[in-house]
Ligand binder design. Sequence first.
Ligand code: OSB
Ligand code: MG
Length: 377
Amino acid sequence: MKLESITLHRIAMPLVRPFETSFGRQTARVVLLVHVRGDVDGAASEGWGECVAMDAPLYSSEYVDGCEHVIRHYLAPALLAAADVTADSVARTLKFVVGHRMAKAALEAAVLDAELRASGMSLGTYFGAATDWVDCGVSVGISPDIDTLLAEVSSYVDAGYRRIKLKIKPGWDLAPVAAVRALIGADAALQVDANTAYTVDDIDHLRQLDPFNLLLIEQPFVEEDIAAHVLLAHAITTPVCLDESIVNVDVAIDAIERGATSVINIKAGRVGGYLEAVRIHDVCLALDVPVWCGGMLETGIGRAANVALAALPGFSVPGDTSASDRYFAEDVIEEPFILGNDEHRGQLRVPTGPGIGVTVRDDLVRDWALAAPLVLV
Ligand code: OSB
Ligand code: MG
């Protein structure tokens, strides 16, 4: 396509409840949405992408202001100057900028959405979806106390979620895991996510999680330290899963070969785009390493793309693709994601419309705007 404009919308969506992790506490989702317009084979098209960076650089080095800056001054000018842009070419065109994967991923996603809307194909079909519905888990933040945690977990179990993930950190690990395991029963799917809060000195402590029969422990150590995760994987029976560390397909292969991770959390933003996410999926499928779709408190725009990705055959465990109301009383799309019933209890339907398959509510984008839209041409 020939890109005519790239518009950045910075919005704040109120969260239904604060979300706390080992790196911080959020009460609203401040997020950058990317809207592209252009010409695809002589016809006007448009597409949406979501930049999953958080407001502050606490999960990764990227953050909303930084993404806006790098898109405005480096990435968007390169794409707008190109005679022809395809989803396939975006990463190549933007390769001259080091890192900034979430910013790049949002642009690639918007171009891909515009291309697919023009051709009438859904993202799920484009990716090679193997199913119409995906299994959903839910990520549960750190609570003020165990009773509050159990009440929250109960509500998700009642809603039908097929897997519970607890955020943990030193001082909030064994007791909440024991309490939730007792609440949901021995066979219910349960896993934990430390968001890098531990060090190798904690290996003996983390071994005490083994009796709780967890599906996995996610990213206990700092992202650059693959070796520490190898040590842990040898020391415990709970499978180790990497999130923050896996920034592209080569790192994924390396971490698998070294035995640092036996299951992988795939987040398109973290790895620079959905196309790289699919490459990681393909490699993991070939190596028989299960993957699941991570989340970043996405609006319906990013959620739609995640649900399509999670429909690929290697996504064999439920992801953090929860329903819109897990985080938001109102979503920014006309078709909020709602968990299914009966045989689809605890599942979300993969959108089938062109592109991401959902309709963005311009009224809410306007109402929730933190700044005037930034139109880059
Ligand atoms: O580590 O998976 C994570 C949210 C923000 C940043 C990092 C993570 C998370 C979550 C929530 O766990 C995932 C979601 O429900 O969207
Ligand atoms: Mg994680």
